[in-house]
Design a protein around this ligand. Structure first.
Ligand SMILES: [Ca+2]
Ligand SMILES: [Zn+2]
Length: 453
């Protein structure tokens, strides 16, 4: 991934040189942040709430707004989304179409110093592809709203910049920012701007960028105010320097102390432990892991995707002294499992959900916090207990198989799942019994234990 980013940066350097020749004074400075933190870019100022676009009139000149997204107002309300898939906080053109045109009327001629655009999406809707035109509105043939078929330069507009923040490799997911400036200090005196936006790809219908904010900076305007919260991050490394962890407490200042005193301890001890428990040939677990408190997770307590663990702020507040740390252990197992990584040159066979969830709950309830007895089979839950019941119940089944048949079975099942070669046959190979037979044996073990037979 590091290499991709390097190529990406170099690609922009080339683009920049090209721009410098084509449009003598204009500079297009892009910024990209894969992990998306506060729209903070070295090359682009923070999104502003009091720039000249704030009170400007935005109109749709061509193309259709996707009704799943916000309306044009979200482009100049000074606010940006708080996660990568927040359609209502972005403006984007309809699925299956190739962009459109947006006109901005600043109300009067201003000295446009800079134009900045911001976008955020986890996939191909992250990068920005557009041409920016400007006009003072005084040309005899000036047309305020030229549609896609018309070259704006034939009706009173000047091409200011061509923007393309797509990387050479990968889908370019993450936060993107673009700053358009001029070496003279001011781009020009203009009243109108025209964004001619294009989709980033046509492989599927979802290629239109999630545009979050457009800022227009007046050279004679007030000092800019940003309302975007600055990321508050706690970073720490393992003692051997192998692993780098980040806890994002931007949305959770009240949890910062708990994160520092409790969460870091569990991460430092258990992430390497889980890796050691779940090895497979040639496999290296992610070395950089992000833990982020979020307030947009609904009723999901915690989740993991790639090397990121999401912590539901509301749930963590309530569970900080109860189930919170155990749930992080569970999610770290998903990061180490890495069953979602692309499988090339390998016949892929899907691992059932009960096993994907059973392994993390086995590690959590039987190795991390066995004293809590959180995954017991009792007279209360015995009747409904099935080996593939998922989560705690499957964790209990895996604990029983480990103790009864094979101490190494979790390691073997995990390696097979990670390599895309899991099949039910595996149980027979490892224990001499089918998984259904094992499930019945496990259940009658508990029935006898609870004296019901
Ligand atoms: Ca703004
Ligand atoms: Zn899970």
């Amino acid at each position: 991934m590091k290499t991709d980013l390097f190529l990406f940066a170099r690609g922009f350097l080339l683009l920049f040189l090209f721009e410098a020749v084509s449009f003598a004074e204009t500079t297009v400075a892009p910024g990209h942040n894969e992990n998306g933190l506060g729209f903070a870019f070295k090359t682009v100022p923070d999104p502003a709430s009091n720039d000249a676009a704030a009170d400007a009139q935005f109109s749709l000149v061509d193309g259709n707004r996707d009704s799943n997204g916000g309306d044009l107002a979200v482009l100049h309300d000074g606010r940006v989304p708080t996660n990568e898939d927040q359609p209502g906080a972005n403006f984007f053109f309809s699925a299956g179409t190739d962009g459109g045109r947006i006109q901005i009327d600043l109300g009067k001629l201003i000295s446009v110093k800079q134009v900045n655009s911001f976008s955020w999406h986890g996939g191909t809707r992250g990068p920005q592809v557009y041409k920016l035109y400007a006009a003072n509105g005084t040309a005899d043939n000036f047309r305020t709203s030229p549609k896609k078929g018309t070259d704006p330069e034939t009706c009173g507009w000047t091409l200011i910049a061509s923007v393309d923040t797509r990387p050479k490799a990968g889908d370019g997911g993450g936060q993107h920012g673009v700053a358009i400036t001029n070496s003279e200090g001011v781009i020009g005196k203009y009243r109108y701007l025209l964004f001619d936006a294009f989709r980033t790809e046509a492989r599927d219908p979802f290629g239109n960028t999630f545009f979050s904010e457009i800022d227009v900076i007046d050279a004679d305007g007030p000092a800019l105010i940003s309302t975007v919260p600055k990321p508050v991050l706690k970073t720490f490394d393992s003692d051997d320097g192998k692993f780098h962890y980040t806890i994002d407490v931007t949305e959770a200042p009240d949890m910062a102390d708990w994160a520092e005193k409790k969460l870091t301890v569990v991460i430092l001890e258990w992430y390497p432990k889980i890796i050691a428990m779940l090895p497979s040939e040639g496999y290296t677990a992610p070395s950089d892991v992000m833990f982020r408190f979020r307030s947009d997770m609904g009723n999901t307590p915690a989740s993991a995707s790639g090397a990121s663990v999401n912590l539901n702020l509301r749930w963590f507040r309530g569970e900080r002294d109860r189930e919170a740390l155990g749930s992080v252990v569970h999610e770290m197992v998903h990061v180490v499992q890495n069953y979602w990584r692309p499988r090339r040159d390998r016949a892929s066979s899907p691992t059932p959900g009960w096993l994907i969830e059973g392994i993390p709950d086995y590690i959590r309830w039987f190795l991390y916090e066995p004293q809590l007895k959180g995954a017991e089979i009792t007279t209360g839950n015995l009747a409904g207990a099935k080996y593939d019941g998922s989560y705690r119940v499957s964790g209990n089944f895996l604990d029983w198989v480990t103790r009864t048949y094979d101490k190494e079975i979790i390691r073997k099942l995990n390696a097979a799942a990670r390599e895309g070669r899991y099949t039910e046959e595996l149980w027979k190979d490892l224990t001499g019994k089918t998984v259904k037979e094992l499930g019945e044996e496990w259940k009658s073990f508990h029935e006898k234990r609870l004296n019901l037979n």
